[in-house]
Design a protein around this ligand. Structure first.
Ligand code: ATP
Ligand code: LTN
Length: 334
């Protein structure tokens, strides 16, 4: 199919820490699955990352590691536009414009803003608050049809639609309204230690989080220590058995087995055997990604070529929308 006929996808992840099993299952795995059918833009959201304080050298290194992991996870740079958000200035430019069409009340209702403000009480900055306007710009600037994300980002895609609708209403058709694409299984991978909380890359200290580059023995250890419950049956019931249900989801995504088959497979076997099997399935899922990412990280010039070519292609598409927006709001043409 010619690219002109393809629908468009945009998604991104902040290089705010090592990529987790949560972001792999909730987002990247779907990016890979969709990349034949759609014209895909996948970015490293470094502008978004600095809404929480980052060490500059670590941010640079994490960004490069994240590109290597995108490619290692199966995103072919020949088929997908892989780029760094700050390399395409049109995002920040449209982000500013859209912040003037985003309401204070709307932003105040964002769950991620409330969560992050509670966790970073000494740094509740304006960027953290206006984050969704920039995210809307990321999406709308490519006229994206679909935004593959985990469940926690659904609210941000919804506000993006509201902003686009408001702008279109004032200035006529400008932006396409995007749909979120949220996986059925794995939309919200929970912490292995606190299964009532999302597995998150910024909370990696307590053993509840698995990273894509973790060593197999560390992954096995984390699953063996995973919190379950005082019952013994492997049964999917997120209300009363959040830990076990989380493990069932992870196992299902890694092996392709439906929940019912997993319940039968481990009937009467106890949690020890089940947790070891989940650990092994995750190790085998991540092994090729880890090996390939490690190899790619030694080839910095290849990584540089990927993000340089990506930024050129992304800028071309993004500037088209930005020019239209600038003209519509009344800026004088350069
Ligand atoms: P941070 O802790 O820095 O906020 P994070 O670990 O929550 O980061 P993000 O960069 O916010 O990760 O998310 C990247 C993508 O992966 C988003 O689409 C998000 O919805 C998805 N995602 C992240 N964590 C999970 C999870 N535990 N389960 C499912 N999807 C997830
Ligand atoms: N907010 C997202 C990262 C992100 C994103 C985007 C996702 C920034 N811009 C555009 C999809 C589309 C997050 O916190 N995971």
């Amino acid at each position: 199919m010619d690219n002109a006929d393809k629908k468009i996808i945009l998604s991104g992840i902040k290089p705010s820490g090592a990529l987790t099993l949560g972001s792999y299952i909730g987002a990247i795995k779907n990016w890979v699955a969709l990349s034949d059918e759609y014209e895909c833009y996948y970015m490293l959201a470094d502008l978004h990352a600095i809404t929480v304080r980052q060490d500059p050298d670590t941010l640079r290194e994490t960004t490069l590691q994240q590109i290597a992991q995108y490619v290692a996870a199966g995103l072919d740079p020949e088929k997908n536009v892989l780029f760094i958000q700050s390399h395409v200035p049109a995002h920040a430019e449209l982000g500013w414009v859209l912040s003037c069409y985003t309401m204070f009340g709307e932003l105040s209702r964002m769950t991620q803003f409330k969560d992050k403000s509670a966790k970073n009480a000494d740094n509740i900055n304006a960027g953290l608050f206006t984050y969704p306007s920039l995210m809307a710009a990321d999406i709308l600037i490519y006229q994206a049809d679909l935004v593959p994300v985990g469940e926690d980002q659904k609210q941000h895609v919804e506000i993006c639609r509201d902003i686009a609708t408001r702008f279109n209403h004032i200035y006529g058709d400008t932006f396409k309204l995007p749909e979120p694409f949220i996986p059925k299984a794995g939309a919200r991978v929970m912490s292995l230690q606190e299964p009532e909380n999302k597995m998150s890359k910024s909370e990696q200290d307590n053993g509840g989080c698995i990273c894509l580059l973790d060593k197999p023995e560390d992954i096995m250890k984390a699953f063996k220590r995973a919190v379950t419950d005082s019952d013994t049956s492997v049964r999917f019931d997120p209300e009363t058995k959040p830990g076990v249900s989380n493990l069932i989801q992870i196992y299902s995504v890694c092996t392709g087995k439906p929940f019912a088959e997993i319940e039968t497979e481990f009937d009467g076997k106890g949690y020890g055997a089940f947790k070891a099997a989940v650990g092994e399935a995750v190790v085998e899922t991540l092994r090729p990604i880890r090996e390939e990412a490690t190899r790619l990280l030694d080839d910095r010039s290849y990584l540089e070529k990927i993000y340089t070519d990506g930024a050129a292609l992304a800028s071309y598409a993004a500037n088209k929308t930005l020019r239209d927006v600038y003209q519509k709001v009344g800026f004088v043409k350069k």
